[in-house]
Design a protein around this ligand. Sequence first.
Ligand code: HEC
Ligand code: HEC
Length: 276
Amino acid sequence: MLKCWQAALFASISLAFSLQAFAQKNPLAGDPKAAKAGESEFRINCALCHGLGAKGGGRGPDLTRAVKKHTHTDADMFQVISNGIPGTAMPANGTNGQGVGMTEREIWQIIAYLRSQEVKASPASLGNTARGKELFYGDANCSMCHMVQGKGGRLGPDLTGVAGSRTREAIIDSVRNPSRRLAWGLTEATKEFPQEYETLTVVTADGKQIKGVTLNEDSFTVQIMDMSENLHLLEKDKLRSFQKTRESAMPKYTTDVLGDKDLHDVVAFLTSLEAK
Ligand code: HEC
Ligand code: HEC
């Protein structure tokens, strides 16, 4: 006689096996109940960065885009959600305060949910890409501090992939109100939070003042890039003073410095880089 526990064990083994064996395809694809469960999983584990409804938030990209940056197939998504994206803020399952993490089944539920939210056609790009590029390297001066595809300054973060990591609205907000949310720089497995681009002013033992952005910091040392793009690695206990602010080193671009239409063109240029 097949005992109850044997049946249960057999069922759970075969379920685990089938989830593994068909890891290429979502076993729960198109199942509205799974998508519903996935929606609440998403709210708990992902909405903080990717926004409610997966439309993107200040800290993570819009996941309803038909064309994504890292993930095309369900298998890609499973891999990214399980292991995170090294070097970015996208965490591995079970890290960053997500507790014990999600089961495989829950991950497939989330994927079913994300697929159900996907917009079928790419939204028409707003703005003139060619003019945006001209402004970026010219009158708007963005390239003084930002690199795109290997060309430009290094004080601010490289913007080549920014449209894949953040929403249009978040990029616009970064230009209009740079201090509201500072960009994330270095992310390391040993750090609970990524390093933020805080602005720092220090005075060294010999009285030299250095102002710049924080690239990395631990209890003992700090690495600064000063406004002329020189790197300094300093021991904190040797400094005469150490002042940090959350005032961005990026100037605030009000509408009289950069009009709305011009800003849309610049964002169109940054968004056009994503597909490559
Ligand atoms: C701490 C913030 C954060 C959390 C929490 C987070 N993500 Fe992400 N996620 C990101 C960022 C940032 C990226 C973009 C990385 C890059 O390319 O720069 C990303 C990328 C992704 C991508 C790839 C998108 C593409 O264009 O290919 C998927 C899929 C994804 N996240 C799903 C999830 C899911 C599902 C959860 C919850 C289980 C989650 N993320 C939780 C920040 C986060
Ligand atoms: C004087 C240097 C400087 C100039 C000029 C400048 N930026 Fe920045 N930018 C920075 C710094 C430093 C940061 C990081 C601190 C922060 O988030 O505000 C930053 C952050 C950003 C971010 C956020 C990136 C992220 O990963 O979250 C965006 C988007 C951005 N800048 C776009 C622009 C655009 C577009 C222009 C031109 C219209 C521009 N910047 C001009 C220095 C500059």
